[in-house]
Write a protein that binds this ligand. Structure first.
Ligand code: ADP
Ligand code: ADP
Length: 220
């Protein structure tokens, strides 16, 4: 089954072409890396998947639902780790997970999730007291609520120390083993390689290559 399908997607801001006729298909069960330098258009594409940005041309769908016209149909099946996400200063870690559970109408044990991302001991501390790495673990925990069929991660390693990054990779592997499709954006090749089987390379809004990690290596 096709999870993400982008056909001829273009996004133009005044004079900037942030995405230029992007065609991309991601199938169920894939771990797909979206690799490109800062400014390549990765966040614009992800924001389009979430309907925060509307394409100038073309269209994009998730699980067969057009992200702009019927995005809500797919939303409950998606877990998102947005770039630069900030936590609610006045809520504890546990309350963040509870908030995610309520908004997804999911059933889950907040403590189990906090344990999984390694911040169980800090469950009842205010998130404003968390380090950057702990906050990033918390946001990952929120994304995991409800066993999503698709995990979308925008530069997820930001703020994580090596242990946190390793734990995140482990969790993404577990999620993929249970059947979740992973869409992982990063500007760092090593991070993409560590998680993904297939990679799309975005440069100045253009998808210049899509291949397996092995295929890309062979063509270098
Ligand atoms: P990234 O690290 O993914 O490149 P940015 O820091 O460029 O993200 O962008 C952060 C936010 O600012 C995004 O919501 C993006 O849409 C917006 N943004 C980026 N560039 C511009 C711009 N030139 N004008 C207005 N908004 C922008
Ligand atoms: P990436 O996530 O790969 O760093 P972005 O999607 O944030 O790239 O940005 C792609 C291009 O689009 C950049 O040139 C950025 O400045 C521009 N851009 C992004 N958002 C906006 C916006 N809201 N207004 C104007 N330009 C934007």
């Amino acid at each position: 089954m096709t999870v993400i399908n982008s056909t001829g997607v273009t996004k133009q801001y005044q004079t900037t072409v942030a995405l230029d006729r992007v065609d991309l298909v991601v199938e169920e069960g894939e771990t797909f890396g979206f690799l490109g330098p800062n400014g390549a258009g990765k966040s614009t594409f992800i924001n389009m998947l979430l309907d925060f940005v509307t394409p100038t041309e073309g269209s994009v769908s998730i699980f067969g639902h057009d992200c702009q016209r019927e995005g809500v149909e797919a939303r409950s099946r998606i877990g998102v780790l947005p770039e630069g996400y900030s936590v609610f200063e006045r809520l504890t870690g546990r309350q963040h997970i509870e908030y995610a559970i309520r908004s997804k109408e999911a059933e889950a044990d907040p403590i189990r999730i906090l344990d999984r991302v390694g911040i169980r001991d800090d469950a009842d501390r205010l998130a404003s007291e968390y380090s950057k790495g702990m906050a990033q673990r918390l946001v990952l925990g929120m994304a995991l609520v409800g066993e999503p069929d698709l995990l979308i991660l925008d530069e997820p390693s930001t703020g994580l120390d090596p242990n946190g990054a390793a734990r995140m990779r482990e969790i993404l592997r577990e999620e993929n083993d249970r059947g979740a499709t992973i869409f992982f954006s990063s500007h760092i090749l090593e991070q993409v390689e560590a998680v993904c089987d297939r990679v799309g390379i975005l440069q100045d809004g253009e998808l210049v290559a899509v291949d397996t990690i092995q295929g890309l290596r062979n063509s270098l």
